[in-house]
Design a protein around this ligand. Structure first.
Ligand SMILES: [Zn+2]
Length: 608
């Protein structure tokens, strides 16, 4: 029974090995003592064989053979045990004496492993456990080594797999701190304009510290953005490309040891340096935005937001700029600002009217300077034309060119709430614009509960309607491109440090927002605006500009000023550029604020 318990309490292989070891040690000092007899009786031929170990019942057939202690044995073991204890006492006294004497070998001796103690070998248990402990230790080492090897190879495998296959998708998560880790090992790449100018680059100061440099300072501040304290713009949207490298895994590994950094990839944008500079200069100290798009491709040629900031000094000025909530300098008005559109919305109202009536032919309206409409407070209220102007008898083209509010309030009523809403939604109001960069959602809100006054106000771009400048530019671009919107984009290529193209980007997609006929009708109306209407000051160019102005009231208080808008494209018969200009807080009409800026932009891009 004792043996059986042992078998169950320890590994059978261990047990067998320990028996064998005892057997061989007994060979060297064979005598007739009960101890030696015990060893001999447990010679290899007596060892439980595999079957027996696996079959405890089989052992029970001869259990007494190994465990039949008689009185002599007991006495012998007791004596041996006493002698052993005496020897141990003597040894420890000797050790203590040596320690007191400060003998150098005391320490070494005290570290001796018990199983190597020659005196102890005579004791069966000591030998047995000594050897077993050693074997146990060896086995653990093997086990730990195996586990370590498995982990090591798994890590190597994962590292190679991650670097070749998974890195791009895994890292795309903006919240992934791996981005920060990657950027530590890579010199962030440069951002170029479409004409090859450096818009952002990484330089090293005299102490060898890397820093981000923006050669054009304020000019590209919002669209290019910054990468340090307030990651934004292209620095944000192309972050992964800029901190990715074409260095192979071995080079990257080597760099980790040498501390060198791999060069990051570069990003080439669609931005036109001269046009961006012109737009920024033309805006001057005005607040607002300029967006210019190439209609046939969707390339963003320029994107300015004012007020702007110098990205070179942002790391030190960031806290102060952030604290100045009044000026919102870091806010990108072009993409994230929503503004009352005013009369540029008459393009949408016209499209809606076209869709409800089928044609503009036959439209006739006599403008006496205002229109009386049922208002929200249950009374009738006048809706005026700008500046109290009386436009008299007009066809549709005149009403559009002069931007007659009275006529368009009537057009809105003729069209109806449902059609206005449907058309606005078809022109991407109340939804994500689907661009590759973030934009706010433009709002159009009209219900069957609304009064005629509210419908009239909405038809002229007031009411609850708001729009982003990028969206307004997209509408101009769609009309310019026969009704098809090429979704705007700002990054066209990713290149390696030698300039080899790694990937190219184009418009994210096209959307047919209106028919070619609808676009043509709108184009003709917009040509009238620059020919003899509110933007006739642009009529001098050698090419025709199609455009629409807007002067939006942002409150009942005139001191709050207006949103002065211009949207348009040129040349009208072969559009190369579509633009939106917004000047906030203008004290007068769009023709005095937005139109001259638009004129400078067209001139810079297309000449006089
Ligand atoms: Zn009028």
């Amino acid at each position: 029974m004792k043996y059986e318990r042992n078998r169950h309490s320890s590994d059978s292989d261990d047990m067998r090995r320990s028996y064998r070891r005892r057997d061989s040690s007994s060979d060297s000092g064979r005598n007739d003592s009960p101890e030696s007899r015990r060893f001999r009786s447990r010679s290899s031929e007596d060892l439980p064989d595999e079957d027996m170990l696996n079959n405890p019942d089989g052992l029970n057939e001869e259990p007494a053979m190994h465990f039949d202690f008689d009185d002599d044995d007991v006495r012998y073991y007791r004596r041996q045990s006493q002698e052993k204890a005496a020897r141990r006492d003597a040894r420890s006294q000797e050790r203590r004496r040596a320690e007191k004497a400060g003998a150098g070998n005391t320490k070494r001796r005290s570290r001796r492993r018990p199983e190597l103690d020659e005196d102890a070998i005579g004791g069966e248990e000591t030998v047995m456990y000594g050897i077993r402990n050693k074997q146990h230790t060896n086995k653990e080492i093997m086990r730990v080594t195996t586990v370590m090897l498995v982990i090591f190879f798994a890590m190597i495998g994962y590292f190679l797999y991650f670097n070749t296959a998974q890195s791009k998708t895994a890292v795309y998560n903006q919240h992934n701190s791996r981005l920060a880790k990657l950027s530590e090992n890579v010199v962030r790449g440069s951002i170029y304009s479409a004409d090859g100018q450096v818009l952002a680059q990484t330089l090293q100061d005299a102490d060898g510290n890397y820093y981000r440099n923006y050669p054009y300072g304020n000019v590209f501040s919002h669209v290019v953005g910054t990468s340090d304290v307030n990651i934004s713009g292209i620095e944000l949207s192309s972050d992964l490309d800029l901190i990715s490298t074409t260095d192979d895994t071995l080079t990257k590994l080597k760099n980790q040891f040498t501390g060198e950094k791999s060069p990051g990839n570069n990003v080439v944008t669609t931005l036109n340096t001269a046009l961006q500079q012109t737009a920024s200069d033309a805006m001057g100290s005005y607040e607002g935005a300029v967006v210019a798009i190439e209609p046939s491709t969707g390339k963003v040629l320029a994107m300015v937001s004012k007020p702007d900031y110098d990205p070179n000094s942002l790391p030190s000025t960031y806290e102060a700029i952030k604290a100045d909530t009044e000026n919102s300098v870091l806010f990108n008005n072009a993409t994230d600002g929503v503004f009352v559109p005013g009369s540029i919305f008459k393009t949408i109202t016209t499209l809606s009217y076209l869709r409800s009536q089928g044609s503009l032919d036959g439209f006739s309206y006599y403008c006496s300077g205002s229109i009386l409409l049922d208002s929200d407070n249950g009374e009738q209220q006048y809706l005026h034309c700008a500046g109290g102007e009386r436009h008299g008898q007009q066809d549709y083209a005149d009403a559009f060119a002069y931007s007659c509010n009275s006529a368009f309030a009537q057009i809105g009523l003729d069209t109806g709430t449902d059609q206005l809403t449907e058309t606005a939604n078809s022109m991407l109001f109340n939804q994500d614009l689907g661009t590759s960069f973030h934009t706010a959602v433009s709002n159009f809100d009209l219900t069957s509960e609304d009064t005629d006054w509210q419908i009239g106000a909405t038809a002229i771009g007031q009411g609850r309607t708001t729009i982003t400048p990028i969206h307004a530019a997209m509408i101009a671009s769609t009309i310019a491109n026969d009704g098809v919107l090429n979704e705007p984009y700002v990054v066209s290529e990713v290149t390696d440090p030698e300039g080899n193209v790694l990937s190219t980007a184009a418009s994210d997609g096209t959307k047919e927002l209106m028919t070619a006929d609808e676009a043509e009708t709108l184009t003709q109306l917009m040509e009238g605006v620059t020919d003899y209407g509110t933007a006739e000051s642009m009529g001098y160019h050698s090419y025709t500009i199609a455009g629409k102005t807007g002067t939006a009231e942002i409150s009942d208080n005139e001191a709050d000023g207006y949103n002065a808008w211009f949207i348009g494209f040129a040349p009208a018969d072969n559009p190369q550029i579509a633009i939106c200009v917004l000047v906030e807080n203008a004290s007068s009409y769009a023709s005095k604020y937005a139109v001259p800026i638009a004129d400078e932009i067209f001139t810079a891009y297309l000449g006089e």
